[in-house]
Ligand binder design. Structure first.
Ligand SMILES: [Zn+2]
Ligand SMILES: [Zn+2]
Length: 81
């Protein structure tokens, strides 16, 4: 009786696109939290989380942060890796 479990993978790093100068910044992410601010090395401006977004990973990368993924995984009954 092997019911296959679906797995939600948590990325180890993401590319954040700077909203000021569009520079791409690679960051490593921890397993259970979002990233809320970052300094862009190119334009020296602060990247902060928009009020309507959960974090800068959700706002400025093409991935979702571990926190969002875990909420999603729990809602769908997926196993988290
Ligand atoms: Zn920038
Ligand atoms: Zn997020």
């Amino acid at each position: 009786m092997g019911r296959k479990k679906l797995i939600q993978k948590i990325p180890k790093s993401v590319i954040i696109k700077c909203p000021h100068c569009t520079e791409k910044i690679k960051i490593t992410i921890s397993q259970d939290s979002g990233v809320f601010f970052l300094d862009c090395k190119k334009c020296k401006q602060k990247i902060t989380t928009p009020i309507t977004q959960c974090c800068i990973i959700c706002a400025f990368s093409d991935k979702k942060c571990p926190r969002s993924l875990m909420i999603e995984a729990r809602a769908k009954g997926l196993e988290i890796k």
